[in-house]
Structures are given as C-alpha cells and as structure tokens.
Design a protein around this ligand. Structure first.
Ligand code: COA
Length: 431
C-alpha cells in the first residue's frame, strides 16, 4: 500500500474543503484544543451559499465569525455540548444553542437523533503505517468519524502525538487539509489565597494512593498545588491538565496504586499549555480513551479510592448543584461533572467533592442558597455529592439528612449570609 499517494490524493485546499458544506448539514468538529480552528475560522466565508447548517462543537476556543456575527442567523447555528465565554456571547445573537448531556453519553445520544454529514478534526501527521493521531481529544471524535458521511482532518505537525484510542487510518479519511498554526493554550492563572485555602481543605480529604479527577476551572488548579505532599496518586480524568504534569514531575502522581490501568494516566482530552502538550507527546504513560469509556461511571468506579473534584456556581441547602448556568442563562455545561461524581460514588473508598467560593460578585451574593435561582439547571444531583468545600471549610453531605445538610452547608457559607440562610431554611421548611 502506498499511503503517501492516498494522502496526496485526499489533500485539498481549505477553499475546496469549505465548499463541501451544504445547506441543512450537520457538521461536527473535534473538542476544544482539537478544534479545527482554520476551518471554523473561515466557515463564515460560505455564509451566502448555505442555510441552516448545524455546527456541532464542544468548548469553542476562538471567536469564530460563523457564530459571533449576528447576520449568521439562519445560515449557521452553533449547537454545542459546552458553552465557553465566546459561546455565551453568540447565544445573545441566537446563533448558539446548548445541547444538554452527560459527557460520556454525548456522542451516543446525538448520533441516535442525527447522523453527521461531515466531521472535521485535528490530527498529527500520518505515520508510515497510514495512521494519524487525534492528539488532544477522543471525547466523541472516534464515534463521529465512524458515523459521518465525510471525514476531514486538519493535519498539523505542531500537535502532540498521543496514544490510546486516538489513531485514525488514512482509509477512514475522505479529505485532508494542512495547517501549521499552534495549538490553543489556556492561560493558567496562579491560585489566589482563597483558592489555596479551598485546595488545602480538599487535600485533607485525599488519602495517599487515591486516584483523582480534576475538573475545569481555577479551583482545581489550586488543588493540584495543595497535593504536593501526597504519595502515589493516580489519575483517571476527563480533562488532562498542567497541574497533573507538575504533580507527576514532583513524584506525587505515580499511577502505581491504581486498580484499573495501573501505571497509566487515563484521560479523554487535554487542555493547557505547551508544557502539557510536550508531556503527552509520544508518552506511553498517558492513554487517551473515548469519553464513553473514560467517563463511564461504572468504569470510573473500578478505581479504588477514586476522588472527583469539580466546581460549581450555586449549591442549595439540600446539596443540589448548579454548575453550568447563572439563573436561566447557560454558562458552561454539565460536562463530566455528574459522570465523575457518580463514578466516585461507585468506587470503594471513593469521594465526590464539589468546591466553590462561598460568595460571588464581590461578596454581594451567597453561592450557598436556600433554593437554586429560577431557571437554573441541576448539573449534579444532591444524591451524588459527598462533600461541599468553600473557603470556610468542608460540609459532609454523604449519608446526611436534609436537616444535617442544612446545618453543614450553612456552616461553610459566608458569615454575612448565615443568619439569613437559617431564616430561609425555617421559612421554606427545609429540614
Ligand atoms: N451567581 C452569579 N454569578 C456567579 C455565581 C452565582 N451564584 N457563582 C459564580 N458566579 C460568577 C463568578 O463571579 C465569576 O464571574 P467573574 O468572572 O465575573 O468574576 C463566574 O461566575 C465564574 O467564574 P469562572 O472563572 O468562569 O469559573 P471557573 O473557570 O472557575 O469555572 C465552573 C467554574 C463551575 C463554571 C466550571 O467548573 C464548570 O463549567 N463546571 C461544570 C463542568 C464540570 O465540572 N466538568 C467537570 C469535568 S471537566
């Protein structure tokens, strides 16, 4: 087989690729760091040729005109499994719509409803056997490659070649275009004092030998710093982060005590800085597995002492967490929050932890509330939260009645709001 000839035959210019998109198509693209940014960055150019194109994304990395410009309405709709700050803006133009999901079921549920006409992903250059690596994400990409009528890859030598379920053969690909842009990088914000207080409370809950998952947001970065004195931690996570690289280099993460995939990091996507991308490049210690596997609560639960650590925006006095909306407005997504928390519940010695600041908007509002705001989505059921942590301490919820939960949650609310919370609990008979 001469794979190079096949490659050259399939190689097109981005101009030619763009015109493969037709009216009423569903075009799915890879997640976040693996987003085909050149394709999305120029999609608006065919606006006048198409109508009603669904562009299915997850955590947009740039301010793409096809969704940010108000005159795209009717031509493109950015359907997405996870809002980023950029999608929040597009939402106001009616050019974005949220697709509710638990991440491990995202692909299966959408595919059960609608077949993709086109999938576009980002991949590393082809090897001598004809394989590309999907690099930064296999959350749903493999399923969409298997289901799409047309599979397109942006081939880019700047992306890390990762191992696991990441490989795609040239025979599965219809068209290729090449790019040499750099992968998007997250700005890592140094944890502030409040983050570190929360990180240290969480570190107290994590025993040596635990396997951890860290979610998206500022607090999980602080948690990785607070774990520096732990021993033999393992990682089974949806998102692979810079903090995990630091803990590995410091000898804290060894993956040696894991009861599933011993000696390996397991993740489904990576998002961070060049340090992270260099670490996962051709690293046999890291396996990226499909989201339907990595985030399956029954798989996660096979890890002994599995600890999930995620962040929320609002928690009610019974423990219901809204982590993806501010009132009725979509803010982010459920992602794997519920998957990983239920997984931790399934694990022997596991713990599911939710962390948040006790207040928002310069201490003017409490994030611990008697009832979630009108229209807020419950991202995580109160049945699946073991601990809620703020800068005022740890509220254990597992096995606790509503009365006990109210008491524990009020004790970690900001002192300015505790009396009012007590009155509200009485008024609404939350006991
Ligand atoms: N009411 C109003 N505003 C609130 C609020 C509340 N109850 N709680 C927080 N906010 C505001 C904050 O003040 C802040 O606004 P600012 O940027 O103007 O200061 C904003 O909401 C939250 O800050 P942000 O920096 O966007 O949060 P983050 O990056 O730390 O992410 C989540 C926090 C909860 C949005 C994020 O973790 C998430 O989407 N989680 C759900 C998915 C998940 O956990 N997946 C897990 C596997 S990766």
């Amino acid at each position: 087989m001469n794979f190079r000839e096949e490659y050259n035959r399939k190689l097109k210019s981005l101009d030619e690729i763009l015109y493969l998109v037709k009216s009423d198509y569903e075009v799915c693209v890879a997640l976040a760091g693996a987003e085909p940014m050149d394709f999305l960055g120029r999609l608006h150019e065919i606006k006048d040729e198409v109508q009603n194109v669904s562009v299915l994304t997850c955590l947009n990395m740039a301010n793409y005109k096809f969704t940010s410009e108000p005159d795209m309405e009717g031509h493109f709709i950015n359907n997405t499994w996870f809002y980023s700050p950029l999608t929040r803006k597009a939402h106001q133009n009616r050019t974005a719509s949220f697709l509710p999901n638990h991440l491990h079921l995202a692909a299966r549920q959408r595919l059960g409803y609608r077949r993709p006409n086109i999938f576009v992903g980002t991949a590393t250059p082809m090897d001598k056997h004809g394989y590309f690596s999907l690099s930064l994400s296999v959350t749903y990409e493999r399923e969409y490659i298997e289901a799409a009528d047309i599979v397109i890859l942006e081939v880019n030598e700047n992306y890390p070649r990762t191992y696991g379920d990441t490989f795609v053969h040239i025979s599965e690909v219809d068209y290729i275009y090449e790019s040499n842009r750099k992968p998007p990088e997250l700005t890592i914000v140094e944890p502030n004092e409040k983050d570190m207080i929360i990180g240290n409370y969480i570190a107290e809950l994590i025993e040596d030998g635990s396997t951890i998952q860290l979610g998206i947001g500022g607090i999980p970065n602080a948690v990785s710093k607070a774990l520096i004195n732990k021993k033999d931690l393992g990682v089974h996570t949806e998102m692979f982060t810079d903090g995990m690289v630091d803990l590995y280099n410091a000898g804290v993460i060894t993956n040696k005590k894991k009861t599933l995939h011993r000696d390996k990091f397991i993740a489904t996507f990576a998002l961070g800085t060049k340090k992270l991308y260099d670490f996962i490049d051709e690293n046999p210690a890291v396996e990226f597995k499909r989201g339907c596997y990595t985030n399956d609560p029954y798989v996660i639960g096979q890890n002994y002492k599995m600890v999930s650590i995620n962040t929320s925006l609002q928690v009610d006095l019974t423990g219901q967490c809204c982590s993806e909306a501010i009132g009725h407005l979509q803010y982010s997504g459920t992602g794997g929050q519920s998957d990983t928390a239920i997984g931790a519940q399934n694990s022997v010695g596991g713990k599911s932890i939710i962390a948040l600041y006790s207040t928002a908007k310069n201490d003017t509002i409490s994030t611990i509330v008697p009832m979630l705001s009108q229209g807020a989505a419950v991202s995580l059921s109160r049945n699946d939260v073991d601990y809620v942590v703020t800068e005022y301490g740890v509220a254990p919820l597992k096995g606790r009645t509503i009365r006990e939960r109210v008491r524990n949650l009020i004790s970690i609310a900001h002192p300015n709001f505790r009396e009012q919370l007590k009155k509200d609990a009485e008024k609404y008979m939350i006991w």
